[in-house]
Ligand binder design. Sequence first.
Ligand code: UD2
Length: 309
Amino acid sequence: MAQYLVTGCAGFIGSWVTETLIGRGECVRGLDNFETGRRENLAHLAGKFEFVECDLRDADGVAKACEGMDYILHQGALPSVPRSVREPRTSHTANIDGTFNLLEGARAAKVKRIIYAASSSAYGNQPGFPRVESMVPMPIAPYPVQKLAGELYMKSYWQVYGLETVCLRYFNIFGPRQVPDSPYSGVMAKFTLQMMNSERPTIFGDGEQGRDFTYIENAVSANLLALEAPAEKVAGQTFNVACGERHTLNKTFRILAELLDFKSPPIYGPPRMGDIQDSLADISAAGKAFGYEPQVSFEEGLRRTVAWY
Ligand code: UD2
């Protein structure tokens, strides 16, 4: 029976991937260090998979976790553009050294395929929408640089060692279990919690910046499809994972406010350092290569998210 390792299994995206694999009857090992992951994300899965508490920066621990694995879903990272601006070394070691440790562990363990959580932030502020994978990346803040370095390492391990690696550029994934109460929380979770607590959210900038917000189940399905696709269609390649729609923060605020019956206006603050202005994906490459199609719309995703918190 195939063995799967999910890094960052206690995190927002990792816990969804872990749960979905377990639900399909797969044999799963999960790795997390609880730096941003949460034990409660795994509570309902206790006893159903093997858990390894380990930091991705621990090369020996990571190598051991890779032993006996066929597939790796590398969701573990220290996310957040602003965190990387404030603490570049911390996020550098987790995201670049951590990814390198995983690749080395996977190579030694003769893992068949790694699916890597890359970031749409790699595109930066270059002109041209929607974003197509063939565009030259122009990352701005340290986090996008780190995520892009991980992609390049993934490609290198395919070209040099024949380890099948697939990079999925996530576009602003949101949904249940996204951490809402950290200074580095994604905007959707943060605004939802603030409105539920009757606090006025702050929009950084004029609110006209757009994002291709993507509900979590779409990201999970992309991972599973990329795992199953023939190597000649995916190995060594990068794919956008998004909805293919751009929604401004002002609009997102309005929909959330309506769903939560929140009556006050937002506060407007200065733009956030390192941010990009706009984001919108062309998702046709993932569709062609492995049949990816978003199943849950932006609006439905918002409803499910609000209902969960
Ligand atoms: C980036 C990546 C995303 C993922 C994520 C991981 C882009 C386009 N997206 O998300 O794919 O890798 O990093 O962390 O680069 N904002 C407010 N008020 C707040 C919080 C945020 O206005 O209280 C704004 C923020 O300035 C930005 C937008 O909301 O314009 C989205 O911010 P975010 O932190 O949720 O995600 P982002 O786009 O940095």
